[in-house]
Design a protein around this ligand. Structure first.
Ligand code: FAD
Length: 396
């Protein structure tokens, strides 16, 4: 046994260390709380420190990728209304993936793997294969070594590649490629504004509850826009029936507001800033008051931060499929949580995950995902009325 270096205490589960490890000592496991994180087999460790070197938490080099470029800001949306409605924001992913696929490239994105409903990375080389990648899944995704190896093979074969993911995963892959001295010239990285990822353990409890209620799940939409983009719902479909809950009142929506249910690393996320490792960073353009009226139809608009020349070139290539508007830096964030860091209460976190182990979902929900009568009225009735009246557009 050697004195192996612990790669980091704030692991985001990006898998870079596991692929970098020459002896197979590092692997990514799903921990007791349901988050992917590194695991070391000390009997195989040769103390080479590659895991430490590759770990994005040991470096602030995000700025390396985005240097020599003046970041640009846009509001944008896909010209295809059906695409906008099946995407979480304005359908940027659909436009970017279409451009890459039509150039003979491959796209890496996250899908729901039915019937287990696990959230995993896949590789797509046809447009059809990119459709299940559309739409956000607010759960930490599994990025296997196998997928990363396919990505490296595509890069070596010099085909155009689009890799999409949370900033922590994108940064991990960037560092891995750098460590392996692989040029990322033919890869465009698209990352997100991210409020944090929910635990897989809690997600699976949620899935179990709906499976019991309506049968084997065939389709889940985290951002079903049937009542609009701002007032979206999460919908669960089986062969026989469908359940839907307003997002703000749904289990997923409520989990997002319990910091303890999110990744440990999410609470100290270093990408809650304007500095992102993606060539293009996408999110929702919530500050609708800055947008032209034709976009006030509540179907969804994306905010884009273009961070590199490569990102700018991809956007240019997609312009026939997009409506794009230049905006100012101060317009892109809705001022709230996107830039804030949160603090977790360790005792509360311990209790939450211990309850998740022993309680059935209904009891668990009653204790942890409480929504007062007042909140139900506010979120379920008052807010939708205000949204329909467009009051949010007139706030300062
Ligand atoms: C976990 C998470 C949290 C987010 N939080 C915010 C936020 O707080 N504020 C905000 O403005 N925007 C947030 N977003 C981004 C937003 O929801 C949209 O995903 C983004 O604007 C792209 O929308 P789109 O319409 O262009 O494409 P869509 O078709 O909606 O985008 C789908 C893309 O998301 C990727 N994706 C889906 N689920 C995951 C996942 N679990 N992990 C990694 N990649 C995934 C897919 O691979 C695909 O590339 C978040 C996204 C995720 C995944």
């Amino acid at each position: 046994m050697t004195n192996a270096i612990k790669p980091c205490s704030n692991c985001t589960g990006c898998s870079a260390c596991s692929v970098a490890c020459p002896t197979g000592a590092m692997s990514i496991i799903c921990d007791d709380e349901g988050f992917y994180r590194y695991n070391v087999d000390y009997t195989k460790c040769v103390n080479c420190r590659l895991c430490y070197e590759v770990c994005p938490n040991h470096s602030d080099e995000v700025s390396d990728y985005v240097c020599d470029f003046d970041q640009r800001y846009y509001a944008a949306r896909n010209i295809d209304e059906e695409v906008v409605c099946s995407s979480s924001s304005g359908g940027m992913f659909a436009a970017f993936s279409k451009a890459i696929i039509s150039d003979g490239g491959s796209v890496y994105g996250v899908v729901i793997n039915y019937p287990t409903c696990s959230i995993e990375y896949k590789r797509a080389t046809t447009l059809e294969e990119t459709y299940p990648m559309r739409g956000s899944k607010y759960i930490q995704a599994k990025l296997s070594n196998n997928i990363i190896e396919m990505l490296i093979e595509d890069i070596n074969n010099n085909i155009p590649v689009l890799f999409t993911g949370t900033s922590c995963y994108v940064n991990g892959i960037r560092r891995l490629l750098k460590l392996k001295k692989i040029s990322a010239e033919n890869v465009v990285f698209m990352d997100f504004i991210c409020a944090g990822v929910i635990s897989n353990k809690l997600w699976m409890k949620n899935v179990g509850y709906y499976t019991q209620k309506i049968g084997t799940l065939k389709k889940i939409s985290f951002r079903d826009k049937r009542y609009g983009w701002r007032d979206s719902c999460i919908s669960w479909e089986s062969d026989n029936t469908m359940c839907k809950t307003k997002y703000a009142l749904s289990e997923v929506g409520l989990f997002q507001s319990v910091y303890e249910a999110l990744g440990r690393s999410c609470n100290e996320c270093k990408y809650r800033s304007f500095l992102h490792p993606g060539d293009i960073t996408v999110g929702d353009f919530w500050n609708e008051q800055y947008l032209p009226r034709k976009w006030w139809d509540d179907k969804g608009v994306s905010m884009l931060m273009v961070n590199t020349l490569k990102g700018s070139e991809l956007l240019e290539k997609c312009k026939d499929n997009l409506e794009v508007m230049d905006v100012q830096k101060n317009m892109v964030f809705s001022s709230s949580f996107e830039l804030l860091k949160s603090v977790i209460n360790e005792k509360k976190r311990e209790e939450l995950f211990s309850d998740a182990d022993r309680m059935d979902f209904v009891l668990f929900k009653q204790k942890w995902l409480k929504c007062s009568f007042k909140d139900k009225i506010l979120l379920g009735i008052v807010r939708p009325i205000f949204l329909r009246l467009g009051v949010h557009r007139y706030k300062k």
